[in-house]
Ligand binder design. Structure first.
Ligand code: ZN
Length: 348
């Protein structure tokens, strides 16, 4: 979707200025004094795209709209239902997924403090129950920066067991220790929780994007959040210092695609160049093919005695000309550099 801005979304732990198209939300902060239980028989409002388009025809006169309608307008292009009671919230930072029904409220990832507040406000307008769980796909700041915003309104923050230490180590490197809110429940291999008729299944497939990635499946809705195991159409961040493994990542994507059906909707941490933020196993296969080509390019270059600097001069990998970058941070040279460091540290 065109409003997705990877250039502004991927610096872990660094708060970024809001893009101007989001300024409207910043003076609209609903902060409940205390988490309040849902009122009996309270309606659950989930605006549809069609409803949003209807409302948006009044956009020119938005300032004159009654507050509730204005609120729906502001949240509707960020909250997108996917299937069943599951949907996503898209803003800066890694994509947030949510489960929202009469008996459950759960969130996957928390972006940054300001966008987490906007997300929390939108969810509270629909469902005032305490959040059953905030689930974290991995430790990066654009996925955990809003943990502190959700903390008072959730029963638990859950992640893979490696996340708290990785989050602390990254925060030490970035000088942001005082801003961290860590998961309070962790698991190692696999963890299932039941919530509102939905089964949420967290699985760790080994080192990949980081050393603590979770694939989080809403099994009934058949929606799977991949976290940053998926950068759709975009050169990924390969966090070697945070425990990444390119070969592990390739293995994970292959295994995940086999573990779920052809009808599964996958949610991606990031997308670039007009690529979608959700998709199918075909997108997993395409991104895996890029990682395989990257791994082969660096490994065969090493074997042929080429230097890292020589390998970093490549502009594109053959067959993957359509991959998009974002600055030097998300680029082919950065990917080659990380893969070199990965292979040097852990030959395979
Ligand atoms: Zn990440």
């Amino acid at each position: 979707m065109s409003g997705y801005i990877p250039e502004h979304s991927l610096q872990p732990g660094i708060p970024l200025l809001a893009n101007e198209r989001y300024f409207l939300i910043l003076d609209f902060h609903f902060v409940p004094a205390q988490p309040s239980p849902r009122k009996p028989n309270q309606p659950y409002i989930m605006i549809t795209r069609r409803q949003f388009l209807g409302i948006s025809t009044f956009a020119a006169g938005a300032a004159l709209l009654p507050a509730p309608l204005k609120a729906l307008m502001m949240q509707s292009d960020r909250f997108r239902p996917l299937r069943g009671d599951v949907g996503i919230y898209v803003n800066r930072g890694g994509t947030i997924a949510w489960l929202n029904n009469r008996d459950a409220l759960a969130v996957v990832d928390t972006q940054y403090p300001d966008t987490a507040m906007d997300c929390l406000n939108g969810l509270h307008r629909q469902n005032e129950r305490m959040i059953d769980a905030v689930l974290i796909t991995h430790h990066h700041g654009d996925h955990t920066g809003g943990n502190g915003v959700f903390r008072p309104y959730t029963r638990q923050i859950l992640s893979h067991a490696n996340v708290p230490a990785l989050q602390r180590a990254a925060a030490e490197r970035q000088g942001s220790l005082d801003r961290q809110v860590y998961p309070d429940h962790v698991y190692r291999k696999s963890y299932k929780m039941e919530a509102g008729g939905e089964t949420i299944h967290l699985r760790h497939y080994g080192a990949a994007h980081t050393g603590g990635d979770s694939v989080i499946a809403f099994e009934r809705a058949n929606v799977v959040h991949m976290g940053d195991l998926m950068f759709n159409g975009l050169y990924p961040l390969i966090d070697v210092d945070g425990g990444a493994s390119v070969s592990g990542w390739i293995h994970t994507l292959k295994t995940v695609a086999g573990d779920f059906g052809s009808d599964t909707i996958y949610v991606f941490g990031h997308a670039g160049g007009g690529s979608e933020i959700t998709g199918s196993s075909r997108d997993l296969d395409a991104f895996r093919a890029y990682l395989e080509a990257l791994h082969a390019y660096v490994a065969s270059g090493m074997e042929a005695g080429k230097s890292l600097d020589e390998l970093k001069t490549a502009d594109k990998l053959p067959g993957f000309e359509s991959m998009h970058g974002a600055g030097t941070f998300l680029s082919l040279p950065a990917n080659v550099d990380a893969t070199w460091r990965d292979l040097t540290r852990r030959p395979d």
